[in-house]
Design a protein around this ligand. Structure first.
Ligand code: FPP
Length: 233
């Protein structure tokens, strides 16, 4: 049963929400929630490897997250830095290829370099592509893609051409999008890529997400009837 619907699922994209609430509930500063969120990222990567999902995308920092206070922003950057540096062979041992989407221009230089280094070192890994959305916003991506097209000599384009200029051009559209913490919003994540995605909004806060929660999501997905605008066959 599990196997049959896993065949229909290549790409799971996750909006990791609820880190702040998880920390506040424990009387801890918000960044403790983000730190616990990294553990949930690791658990989810392991579970996706186990179930042979090919692409896993995490919404880690949005174009709107710059509105948070500097301490929280710096804390998130530091966690990402440590995560990428901690064990240089961590991704390769697991066969994970690391990628990013989003505009890295405003990020600290050392973090950009670290990310590019990790991407280069892991580019040949074949088991799972893990993409981090960093300074990413669906609207921003569309505008950047259109501007790229305007710089070419094209006078008119179709969606396929536009898609080639998205940050996500190396990814299939996600079949399943999960947003944790009970919020039912997309918050500017892969807006056009999600046009036909199945959406799932569990109550669990991101730091508590684990293999069991992923399995619940996969089971919900297996019961959805996907029609892509057509009719039931
Ligand atoms: C949303 O929860 C979470 C974020 C905006 C940041 C997520 C970032 C990480 C898990 C760490 C980044 C590191 C890596 C490795 C990518 P929230 O803070 O909005 O929670 P709340 O809604 O309860 O306040």
């Amino acid at each position: 049963m599990l196997k049959s619907y896993l065949n229909l699922l290549d790409h799971v994209a996750i909006i990791m929400d609820g880190n702040g609430r998880w920390a506040t509930k424990r009387g801890l500063p918000r960044n403790f929630g983000h730190k616990a969120g990294i553990k949930a990222i690791e658990r989810t990567i392991d579970a996706c490897l186990k179930y042979k999902i090919k692409y896993l995308t995490f919404f880690a920092f949005s174009t709107e997250n710059w509105k948070r206070n500097q301490e929280e922003i710096d804390g998130i950057f530091q966690l990402l830095r440590d995560y990428l540096k901690e064990n240089p062979n961590y991704f390769t041992q697991k066969g994970v290829c690391v990628k990013h989407i989003g505009d890295l221009k405003p990020f600290p230089k050392d973090l950009k370099n670290q990310l590019v280094k990790t991407e280069n070192e892991t580019e040949k890994n074949k088991n799972l592509v893990v993409t981090f959305a960093l300074n990413y916003g669906g609207r921003d991506e569309i505008v950047r893609a259109v501007n790229k097209v305007l710089k070419s000599d094209k006078k008119e384009i179709n969606y396929k051409e536009l898609e080639k200029n998205f940050d996500t051009n190396f990814l299939p559209d996600p079949e399943l999008v999960i947003r944790t913490s009970g919020e039912n919003r997309l918050s500017n994540f892969m807006l056009l890529q999600m046009a036909y995605s199945e959406l799932y909004f569990p109550k669990v806060l991101w730091p508590d997400f684990d293999e069991k929660e992923l399995l619940k999501a996969l089971k919900v997905f297996s019961k959805r009837e996907r029609r892509f605008g057509g009719i039931k066959q």
